[in-house]
Design a protein around this ligand. Sequence first.
Ligand code: G16
Length: 543
Amino acid sequence: MSHTVVKTKPIEGQKPGTSGLRKRTAVFMGPHFLENYVQAIFDGTGGVAGKTLVVGGDGRYFNDRAIEVILRMAAAGGAAKCIVGQGGILSTPAASHLIRKRGADGGLILSASHNPGGPDADFGLKYNGGNGGPASETVTAEIFARTLDIEEYHIVGAQDIDLGTIGTSELAGMTVEIVDPVADYAALMEELFDFDKIAALFAGGFTMRFDAMHAVTGPYATEILEGRLGAAKGTVMNGVPSPDFGGGHPDPNPIWAKELMDVMYGADAPDFGAASDGDGDRNMIVGKGAYVTPSDSLALLASKAHLAPGYKAGLAGVARSMPTSGAVDRVAKAKGIGCYETPTGWKFFGTLLDAGKVTLCGEESAGTGSDHVREKDGLWAVLLWLNILAETGQSVSELMSDLWGEYGRCFYSRHDYEDVESEKAHGMFGDLRDSLAGLAGTKAGEMTVEWADEFAYDDPVDGSHAAAQGLRIGFEGGGRAVFRLSGTGTVGATIRMYIEQLELDASRFELPAEEVLKPIIEAALELSDLKAKTGRDAPNVIT
Ligand code: G16
């Protein structure tokens, strides 16, 4: 078998974002692009000689072709073994689990997460370390540095590996093991949750719809919900992964999971609804006519996790990303456990989880997870909800009303301005940053600014410092607005504006969020001058 050393040059645009590298599929398929980035990952992580890697992805267009390239390059680099999900399929949390369970040195996960897939849409590649979590800031910087001075990559010439057949084969001295992508993950879920109790709930007539959005959780949800827990056939909708996600946008929020929302807000709605994203790490929870925000879901799970066997000893602590609402903080305070506020990106939870400081973490961007893996985990969150519903016998709405009654309600919303001209977005951001120091005391509409700052984070475990993690404006009365530039977009810049207001008056809990949040939204738009500076009248997506 030939080992080829291909001379190459750095390619622009290989700076990893919040979660690996995401680009248009056509860019990844361009000459040397994928190969350069894979070589940069290998080199940036100290080479792959003698290592074991987990490889798999969300099944989007180019997934299988890219895996064949990665395998041939890993073989050329002298890797001992690659463990690959059958058909090239591995959800992000399942990959994280497999890395940990097999003691692998790391893994390559092919996904652009919730971004659409297909030849004209998006592709992505991320590296996870031996703890099963996203590469740390330091490793990401090493990989990026390597993309800037790369001169060659290594690849063996070989026939394609048959990804469809479970078993072991050899590729230029490297072992390739094709594994069932679902089995190990499902076994882990059985350890954490009371499957008998949840099965009894379904047997008693409880109904559910899970929208896999034509993405990777289809096979996982079908096996676990319909197979092991006895939920009715048809509980899982859009359950067959397709290379372009059925032409959809596999992002589990009320906008993109409209099909599920229509079911849950329609006549004869089932008791419980949930959805997951492209690579299976995000989740959306919705009861009969009752959407639960990700921030509220995190708070509810933190308050009731002890009802599931895997968490019966209680939680060591909780963590949330900075733009996530403070709902979980109030639960943690009442429980007397630690609560950490980290920058956006799951990687920042890794050190806290590894050090045993937190058990549960979550983000406003529909991610919730625990120390069972080092990624957020969509189906895990759904199963924890099911376990809680089975134990309490309450409905989603009842659980949420009780939570608000106990801790108050954090009204919350996120406005996304997508594909803004990069220069304008950065201009607006820079101006707002410059004005922060003088904002306290400023009046904007009905609101008065109490404080403003730029969020920075010092990791309490490894001491690393992360600067420039979002602009925050706190208002008198406890309201807050946050501005961030997305790290996962593939075109132009995406500005996210997050708005939050804690309400303790129970007579206001049922008010529409838009009404409660309106004065803060207007004040935030005025202070940032977003509309004039970006030329955008309204957000593209409101969640
Ligand atoms: C990724 C990270 C998440 C993070 C999100 C933020 O999500 O894994 O931890 O919250 O990006 O995205 P943005 O920078 O666009 O706000 P995913 O699901 O895309 O991998």
